[in-house]
Design a binder for this molecule. Structure first.
Ligand SMILES: NC(=O)c1ccc[n+]([C@@H]2O[C@H](COP(=O)([O-])OP(=O)(O)OC[C@H]3O[C@@H](n4cnc5c(N)ncnc54)[C@H](OP(=O)(O)O)[C@@H]3O)[C@@H](O)[C@H]2O)c1
Length: 374
């Protein structure tokens, strides 16, 4: 199998390479034919030296040439890498809405995608899923909750209830009236998962859970009222499906993204190995979500199914989180900026008919948020 990875220098990309190392030891047959990233030149050079892919793309900085690897640079070099490397499987692990371009190209050039970039479904919605269908390309979700749902629903009748779990993020026990004082360091100190910076901040605000609710709604063709979110502090339960007769199936597993990454690559086989969790160590416990602490999750439910507002929600958060990480706004302003952006764009007559409308709208919202702060 010819494999390509976009966003190879990031948290998911790095873990994917570790999974590939494991699979190689198990004699799983594959070739890493293409990789891409944004600006992390040092890491990209390490990856090229170790893996010698046929193509490597770096979008935002120049890169010297290599013997065995063709180097592509500039915006759209990921697209070129995907076209030229002819992968059978693409892991789309790019961070941010820019990843939608990579998912669309991956849909065109390969037969199966491991989709980590949740923004693709949040912004592309059913349009993107239709496009995958037209191209006969299978999408295997990599987000742990969606991988869990995908596995739970396999070969089964449609559940009448879906529960996605959340860890609650780094600030789950902070007094709500102290949230406007938290520092970047406080927020990046995630209790369970080790992830990229944006998703770690998004876990604290639960924007990440909001994006996941939207992703699940589209991926599994759900009704809004059938989706719920519960806090499971140690993130051992990733998702639950319930049936009309009251039976609920839980997906239990230790919190490691390598498991869903590996599953997306080797599906329907399970070649990756990991120890079983010790079931006697901790009770299985859930808590209700306090929407005063996590208003952004409530907002995600409010806009569910409205593609324009889903694009706005994601774009506003992407910029707001960046501004927070740069020390330009307070933590509590992230939600305010998302809310103000929804308020601004809700009555604008913007139609999303083409994929290019998504990119344009994403840019407009990002400029709006920057204009509010800078
Ligand atoms: N981390 C997790 O545990 C996790 C779990 C579930 C889902 N996800 C989703 O997976 C995606 C990646 O998350 P992450 O945590 O791995 O993020 P991350 O650590 O910030 O990595 C993002 C990756 O995207 C690359 N990138 C950014 N702009 C690019 C561009 N224009 N062209 C090509 N590559 C570009 C980055 O390259 P440079 O760093 O070189 O600029 C980096 O390799 C996100 O959509 C996230 O929501 C992540």
């Amino acid at each position: 199998m010819r494999i390509a990875i976009t966003g190879v220098t990031g948290s998911i990309g790095t873990q994917a390479l570790e999974v590939l190392e494991f699979l190689r030891e198990k004699d799983y047959e594959f070739e890493l034919v293409g990789v891409s990233a944004g600006s992390n030149k040092e890491k990209m050079i390490e990856i090229i030296k170790k893996w010698k892919p046929e193509y490597a793309a770096l979008e935002n900085v120049e890169l010297e040439s290599f013997n065995k690897t063709k180097i592509l640079t500039g915006i759209d070099s990921t697209i070129e890498m995907l076209e030229k490397s002819k992968p059978d499987f693409v892991l789309v692990a790019t961070g941010g809405a820019i990843g939608i371009k990579h998912t669309l190209k991956a849909i065109e050039v390969s037969k199966r995608i491991g989709l980590a970039n949740k923004e693709s479904i949040v912004c592309g919605g059913n349009m993107l899923l239709e496009y995958a269908k037209e191209n006969n390309t299978e999408i295997i979700p990599v987000d742990s909750e969606h991988s869990a749902l995908f596995q739970l629903k396999l070969g089964d009748i449609k559940p009448s209830k879906i529960i996605i779990t959340a860890s609650g993020g780094a600030l789950r026990d902070w007094p709500i009236d102290k949230l406007n004082e938290v520092t970047v360091k406080d927020v990046l100190n995630h209790p369970v998962w080790s992830m990229g910076k944006r998703i770690t901040v998004d876990s604290a605000t639960m924007v990440n859970k909001g994006l996941e609710v939207i992703e699940a709604y589209h991926l599994f063709n759900l009704k809004k009222e059938d989706i719920d979110v519960l806090i499971n502090r140690n993130s051992h339960i990733h998702a639950i499906v319930g049936y009309p007769d009251g039976v609920m199936k839980f997906h239990y597993g230790v919190p490691s993204m390598k498991i869903p990454i590996a599953y997306s690559i080797t599906y329907p086989e399970r070649i990756y190995e990991y120890e079983f969790p010790d079931l006697t160590l901790e009770p299985i416990k859930f808590e209700r979500v306090d929407y005063n602490r996590y208003p952004a999750l409530k907002l995600a439910f409010d806009i569910l199914g409205n593609q324009l507002l889903q694009i706005v929600y994601n774009a506003a958060d992407e910029v707001a989180v960046q501004l927070f990480l740069e020390g330009k706004i307070k933590y509590t302003e992230i939600y305010k900026l998302i809310y103000q952006s929804i308020d601004e764009f809700i009555n604008k007559n913007i139609e999303i008919n083409e994929f290019s409308d998504i990119i344009l709208t994403d840019e407009k919202v990002k400029n709006f948020v920057k204009g509010m702060v800078l």
